[in-house]
Design a binder for this molecule. Structure first.
Ligand code: AMP
Length: 189
């Protein structure tokens, strides 16, 4: 099973992905987590990405695609969940090409819909809880991340609609309710 959890920053993609990992034996491929790991390790890639992430802008497609390519070749799971990837049309097209090369195919893109006001509240709360705080969890950067989401990332939706692979769920309910909706969509895969 190969699915994409799609949605704005703070929509709960990471939380939902973790629940699916255990239940369906999938590997979570979060490009944001991979980049934060690279920064923590002090690698060259991490150094390149760090200031871009702090501004809430998109890291180059080359960096992102090389990370994804490596991870997709790893075995040991029954599929993958992409979280935070793809974030623009070029990445979406490159993913299709990559999956085709590996004789794999994307099953479903699940959009978790949350309005901006709710997202801003959620991220402000995350910033307050120092344990989960991230460098890019502050109002100014969040606004930039949301802007990029609406201007660039959301433009991918017609691409997946055309492929009849996009479904939407209401992300403004409890974690359990959102999970159960997602699982409802996975039954037919
Ligand atoms: P996230 O954890 O998904 O919110 O990502 C945190 C930051 O990492 C983003 O604001 C971007 O700077 C960078 N990033 C994560 N995934 C991607 C991606 N697919 N393409 C470009 N930049 C990304």
């Amino acid at each position: 099973m190969i699915i994409i959890l799609f949605g704005p920053p703070g929509a709960g993609k990471g939380t939902q992905a973790q629940r699916l990992v255990d239940k369906y034996n999938l590997k979570q491929l979060s490009t944001g987590d991979m980049l934060r790991e690279a920064i923590a390790e002090g690698s060259e890639l991490g150094k390149k990405a760090s200031s871009i992430m702090d501004r809430g802008e998109l890291v180059s497609d080359d960096i992102i695609l090389s990370m994804i390519r490596d991870k997709l070749k790893e075995s040991g799971s029954d599929g993958f969940i992409f979280d935070g990837f793809p974030r623009n049309l070029e990445q979406a097209q490159a993913l299709d090409k990559l999956l085709h090369e590996l004789k794999l195919s994307l099953d479903l893109v699940i959009e978790i819909v949350v309005n901006d006001e709710v997202l801003i509240n959620r991220i402000e709360n995350r910033a307050r809880e120092s344990k989960n705080a991230r460098n890019d969890d502050n109002e100014e950067v969040l606004k930039n991340r949301l802007n990029i989401y609406h201007k660039t990332t959301e433009m991918i939706k017609p691409y997946y609609l055309k492929q009849r692979k996009l479904c939407k769920i209401d992300g403004m309910r409890s974690i359990e309710q959102v999970s159960s909706d997602i699982e409802g969509h996975l039954i037919n895969i």
